[in-house]
Design a protein around this ligand. Structure first.
Ligand code: ATP
Length: 448
């Protein structure tokens, strides 16, 4: 975790944190390099048994807050493959580009707008060695069916948002909703990034959590302010320390041509502040573009005022994989315990891959039998781990590194007193709880 320096507004990024977290994720089965046995596939990752749980919990927490706990947002799961018409209308075919330069000395390629110094190659150090910048389109193109060529082109979506716009009329007609209402989606997106890197921060295949909120035009500013605050609060509610987060408003010259206001939620990564999510007022740009290109009506007739209007759109667009990485960075902690370093992930219980680990003190059947029984009473409620190997101290340390908030040890006394030792990840405090009160104890502790 980064420290807050006394009497200073700016917290300090901790460059050493990056390697520590990346090593932990590999060691404990969060994230593996993809195609590892073939030497890996550059900047592509697979989520292992623990990572898949953490990533799913991040997505579930988003869905819960954005869809489940509201009555004005509906879910969607649109196709990843899409025809050129969608991307023609959205402007992606023409404009979804980054400026690409090559170093003429070492042949490495870079994104011009991400270079610290546009005169010096960060790979080989050569000066004035870059080619003229050319615009490189980030969309992955493939073809549908056995025939290649014009008419068969399809694209892997570079964002999930367009699915919400192209389905606007479908959702409006089938849902009985009227503006203000939103459509939310979580799913994979693909961008042929020039310089992927920083672990899962920037990859070519990633997951997004996006919501398009359609509002009467006069209410757009108010809703923009609302979502700006709401989305920032989401990270805080999941235990992200406030000093590692900031909400940065875009300057006028940073705004996309269609956006009248955009703010980024930024996290203090080991290399400095960087984006987790953008909240944008996109106006009527998307619905108008698709209505014009498709010839379909993508507007709303308000029977109360007898008027027809194109809703404006407020979009909070977050990256699930990038956000998962930020939660890992924020949760990572080290402390001295009896002369040894204890590594602990202080993840919010909602995000923790396992909520509980059940640990019989020994492998003897009189302990493992009842421990498994206890496990099976908890599994319908929580994702649980079960571990009977190694000494108990090592098993606690392993669970600390997985971020498991509670360990439950079934020991020899448990056979007689029908109670277990419940250990808290953060304080390492232990208490004895009767077995038939364990579930209620956990529910009170987690609040769910
Ligand atoms: P960047 O400036 O970092 O390239 P962006 O502003 O183009 O990102 P958006 O199009 O606003 O990103 O996408 C919304 C969110 O999706 C981002 O805030 C980020 O969390 C996530 N995201 C975008 N590109 C990637 C990527 N290549 N890898 C992982 N996550 C990504």
């Amino acid at each position: 975790m980064s420290d807050v320096p006394p009497d200073s507004a700016e917290p300090i990024a901790d460059p050493a944190l990056f390697d520590k977290v990346v090593n932990l994720t590999k060691r404990r089965g969060f994230v593996f390099p993809s195609a590892d046995i073939y030497g890996g596939f550059r900047s592509t990752y697979d989520y292992g048994p623990i990572g898949v749980l953490l990533l799913r919990n991040v997505k579930d927490a988003w869905w819960r807050s954005m869809v489940q706990l509201r009555h004005d947002v509906l879910g969607l799961d649109a196709a990843i493959l899409s025809p050129p018409a969608v991307w023609e209308a959205s402007g992606h075919l023409a404009n979804f580009t980054d400026p690409l330069v090559d170093c003429k000395v070492c042949n490495e390629r870079f994104r011009l707008d991400k270079l610290d110094d546009t005169e010096v190659c960060p790979n080989c150090g050569a000066t004035h060695s870059f080619t003229e910048a050319r615009q490189f389109n980030l969309m992955f193109k493939t073809h549908a069916g056995p025939v290649e060529g014009a008419g068969h082109d399809v694209y892997l979506r570079p964002e999930t948002a367009q699915g919400m716009f192209t389905n606007f009329a479908n959702v409006l007609q089938t849902s009985r909703k009227k503006p203000p209402f939103g459509i939310a989606q979580i799913g994979k997106s693909f961008r042929n990034e020039i310089t992927p890197g920083n672990f899962v921060f920037r990859t070519r295949e990633f997951e997004q959590m996006e919501m398009e909120f359609f509002v009467p035009p006069d209410d757009a500013d108010e809703w923009y302010q609302y979502w700006r605050k709401e989305r920032f609060q989401w990270y805080l509610d999941l235990g992200m320390p406030e000093h590692l987060l900031r909400l940065r408003d875009h300057d006028e010259d940073e705004l996309s041509h269609y956006s009248s206001a955009t703010a980024d939620v930024e996290f203090l990564f080991p290399w400095g502040w960087d984006e987790l999510e953008g909240i944008a007022n996109r106006g009527t740009f998307d619905l108008t573009a698709h209505a014009t290109a498709s010839g379909e009506k993508l507007d709303y007739f308000d029977p109360a005022t007898n008027t027809r209007y194109t809703p404006k759109v407020i979009e909070p667009a977050a990256g699930a994989t990038r956000t998962m990485m930020a939660f890992l960075m924020a949760a990572y902690d080290e402390e001295e315990v009896r002369g040894e370093t204890r590594v602990v992930l202080r993840l919010h219980p909602r995000l923790a891959p396992y909520k509980v680990a059940v640990l019989p003190l020994s492998k003897k059947p009189e302990l493992t039998g009842p421990a498994e029984e206890l496990l099976s009473t908890l599994q319908p409620h929580y994702m649980c781990d079960y571990d009977e190997t190694q000494n108990i101290g090592k098993r606690y340390r392993r669970q600390d590194e997985l971020g498991t908030p509670v360990c439950i040890t079934y020991d020899f006394e448990s056979v007689d007193d029908h109670a277990v030792t419940v250990r808290d990840r953060d304080t390492m405090g232990q208490e004895r709880i009767p077995i038939d009160e364990v579930l209620a104890h956990l529910q009170a502790k987690f609040g769910f």
